[in-house]
Write a protein of this length. Sequence first.
Length: 145
Amino acid sequence: MQGDTRAQEPVTVRTFTQLFSSTPRGARLARRLVANRMDAWGFAYDGQASESVVLVGAELAANAVRHGSVRGRSFRVRLVWGGGVVRVEVADGRTERRPVLREPDGEGGRGLVIVAALAERWGVEPRAGMAYKVVWAELRVGVGG
């Protein structure tokens, strides 16, 4: 049997990057712009893919504001969509504080539990020699909107 001679379809990769103030208002705006970008990429606001990506983005943005904020520094949200996966990245300035998945308590702790439940994979990438870290999650969304 000979190899597959069909042409491979190119994978289109789309990205979105935005800086936000490290404030609750910045986190809310991040959530809205993630929803807007998913809609622009063809994923309906009320669709499962969009809702999952928006929720993960909102949780990571809220964590960046609550636990990763450094006075006078913004946080960055970056979305990368390609090959049926959306990668949500949130970079903040607190390199010494790494998120830890733990049991929720009365005061909170549900954010990473939600991220872990919705994402296929998630993690933290410290940036050696840089003044920030990136918390990321990857969600399978299909190839079309």
